[in-house]
Design a protein around this ligand. Structure first.
Ligand code: NAP
Ligand code: GDD
Length: 345
């Protein structure tokens, strides 16, 4: 007698949709989710040159079968495409990492920043709300909120600290934060804000201060530049390591209830300390000789001091930062020295 074949239920992998997939965090989060078995869909902007350097190692030929990393053109300014992608991809989880993310630049292009970094979030939330209402499917939402929203509120800052933003970027992020909370409370969306403090890496954009200094030090060591021009050396930030922060994003969406979490190291250091450590790592003495101050890098209003109180994330998510300031700076400087072939072990 022929034995009845038992049907094995096919294990469906989870599907994630990411905006900002070409950015620092987008690249690390994609790697993280692919390792967890997810199918990852990323939204990229059309550009006249390739803008995918951070994710090229993940690229899969469109003709391959069973692809798990798929890119789509789209823009946070374009509500139609955002909506189409949510319906087409049918994601279990949406991570909104896309933004005009540079604080200094937000003073030059405030309206654009409000449109992308602020209203862009509303466009996604509207699309998810409609998708859930029409299909009955749940799509959890992560919003890349920022410690920049705390602005001039004295440190340490946690989930209860009031927002006093000091830049068009911080204001746009506060709009997105409150919109995320509102869609959770008004429509029952599983929507979380990760309020992340500065996090850096070898993949950090070259105009953010950590990478600018690491790269500048290597270029001086290689004899290519004579000085690094900076703005405010007294500002203090809580700097952590980006690959560790993307795990916190994912953890937020795996909880029973949607909530907001502060993510940071709990330590702060000044830009001056960063400069000193970076030059000393490259064995260059008298760093003052290589630093110029250029007022164009000052902000019309500065956020002076950020330190995270990440206790809630530690207790509820079991998340703790591993890489602290010294190791982070050394890692970034070493990577730049290697890039310019001037690394001495
Ligand atoms: P990033 O490297 O600057 O990446 C930003 C991403 O957003 C890029 O993929 C960029 O695409 C995309 N983007 C820009 N304008 C867009 C538009 N109009 N439509 C769609 N996508 C657009 O930033 P990150 O450091 O990875 O940060 C990720 C998110 O976390 C951002 O929302 C940032 O504001 C927020 N955040 C970052 C930190 C931090 O310390 N890194 C801390 C708190 C919050 P292109 O590559 O085409 O430019
Ligand atoms: N970028 C830059 N360039 N910053 C400088 C310079 C310079 O030449 N000189 C001094 N700084 C100071 C800035 O004034 C600021 O106080 C500090 O260095 C850090 O600047 P950034 O690295 O540009 O980061 P940010 O803190 O303004 O913003 C980053 O962190 C936010 C989270 O707090 C970005 O990643 C934001 O997207 C993120 O939300």
């Amino acid at each position: 007698m022929q034995q009845e074949k038992k049907s094995v239920p096919e294990l469906k992998h989870k599907i994630a949709l990411l905006t900002g997939v070409t950015g620092q965090d987008g690249s690390y989060l994609s790697e993280f989710l692919l390792k967890k078995g997810y199918e990852v869909h990323g939204v990229i902007r059309r550009a006249s040159v390739f803008n995918t350097a951070r994710i090229d190692h993940l690229f899969q030929d469109p003709h391959e079968e069973n692809k798990r990393f798929i890119l789509h053109y789209g823009d946070l300014a374009d509500a139609n495409t955002v909506r189409k992608l949510v319906y087409q991809v049918q994601p279990d989880e949406v991570y909104n990492l896309g933004a005009q993310s540079h604080v200094r630049v937000s003073f030059d292009i405030p309206e654009y920043t409000a449109n992308i970094t602020g209203v862009g979030t509303l466009r996604i939330l509207e699309a998810i709300k409609d998708f859930q209402e029409h299909t009955g499917k749940l799509a959890k939402f992560y919003q890349a909120s920022s410690s920049e929203m705390f602005g001039s509120s004295p440190p340490p800052q946690n989930e209860l600290t009031s927002f006093r933003p000091r830049s068009p970027y911080g204001i746009a992020k506060a709009f997105s934060y409150y919109t995320t909370v509102n869609y959770r409370e008004a429509y029952g969306l599983f929507a979380c804000n990760g309020i992340l403090f500065n996090h850096e890496s070898e993949r950090r954009g070259e105009t953010f201060v950590t990478r600018k200094i690491a790269r500048g030090v290597a270029r001086i060591k290689a004899g290519l530049d004579k000085k690094i021009y900076l703005g405010n050396l007294d500002a203090r930030r809580d700097w952590g390591y980006a690959p560790e922060y993307v795990e916190a994003m994912w953890l937020m969406l795996q909880q029973r209830e949607p909530e907001d979490y502060v993510i940071g190291t709990g330590e702060s250091h000044s830009v001056r300390e960063l400069v000193e450590l970076a030059f000393s790592r490259a064995s260059i003495r008298a760093w003052q000789d290589y630093i110029g101050i250029d007022p164009r890098y000052y902000r019309p209003a500065e956020v002076e001091h950020l330190i995270a109180d990440p206790s809630k994330a530690r207790v509820k998510l079991g998340w703790t930062p591993k890489t602290k300031f010294h190791e982070l700076v050394e890692r970034m400087v070493d990577a730049s020295l290697k890039e310019y072939n001037v690394y001495e072990a």
